[in-house]
Design a protein around this ligand. Structure first.
Ligand SMILES: C[S@@+](CC[C@H](N)C(=O)[O-])C[C@H]1O[C@@H](n2cnc3c(N)ncnc32)[C@H](O)[C@@H]1O
Length: 177
């Protein structure tokens, strides 16, 4: 419910509180997708290039070399592709090389996830904690500016994914490590 409310304007939030049951869920569903199709359209219009990336390489964009960026966004990626904590820290160092000193990393994903299902297929996920993330970012030259956690507030669908919450981080690259 916290997630839904945060994407709704306050007047819609109030209207939703007055609705009930089926209508409520239908309206939320419609509003959610309306917002996301708008966002998808906007994103598609501003993307002008897609580049392959491998976070395990010291230059993740190898063989290309791009000027360092002001901002880098990574979502639900590193924990699904790094097999352990040391490989996660190495990947952070690698992607940090794509950023200017003073540039920002916007990092988000799940806390506490050890697996997730896509249909019948089970995927590995490295279990992350807030403590580990804070340590790893600091060890790789980042200063955390925001660290928000949204805790999981129900136990349903544990068989799909065992996450305990979600994290949203903004960190500034202080130095190259
Ligand atoms: C769980 S998906 C997340 C996708 C998307 N960011 C999202 O939030 O829906 C993990 C992504 O990591 C990508 N990936 C796998 N190995 C990678 C690697 N070595 N370097 C960078 N990305 C990788 C996969 O292609 C996949 O898109």
């Amino acid at each position: 419910a916290q997630c839904w409310q945060s994407i709704l304007p306050s007047s819609e939030g109030k209207m939703l509180q007055e609705d009930t049951g089926y209508m409520l869920s239908m309206r939320m569903h419609a509003l959610f997708w309306q917002k996301w199709t708008e966002k998808e359209g906007k994103l598609r219009r501003v993307i002008n290039h897609i580049q392959k990336c491998d976070v395990h390489k010291s230059n993740p964009l190898d063989p290309e070399v791009f000027p360092p960026a002001d901002c880098l966004v990574s979502s639900f990626c590193l924990e699904t592709v790094c097999k352990d904590q040391s490989s996660y820290r190495a990947a952070l160092r690698n992607i940090s090389s794509l950023l200017k000193p003073g540039g920002h990393l916007v990092l988000s994903g799940d806390l506490g996830t050890s697996f997730y299902m896509v249909g019948p297929k089970k995927f590995f996920c490295l279990v992350l904690t807030e403590e580990f993330l804070r340590g790893a970012l600091s060890a790789t030259g980042f200063a955390i500016q925001e660290f928000d956690v949204l805790s999981r507030d129900d136990d349903t669908m544990q068989e799909i994914c065992d996450f305990s919450g979600m994290y949203f981080i903004v960190a500034r690259k202080e130095k190259a490590i």
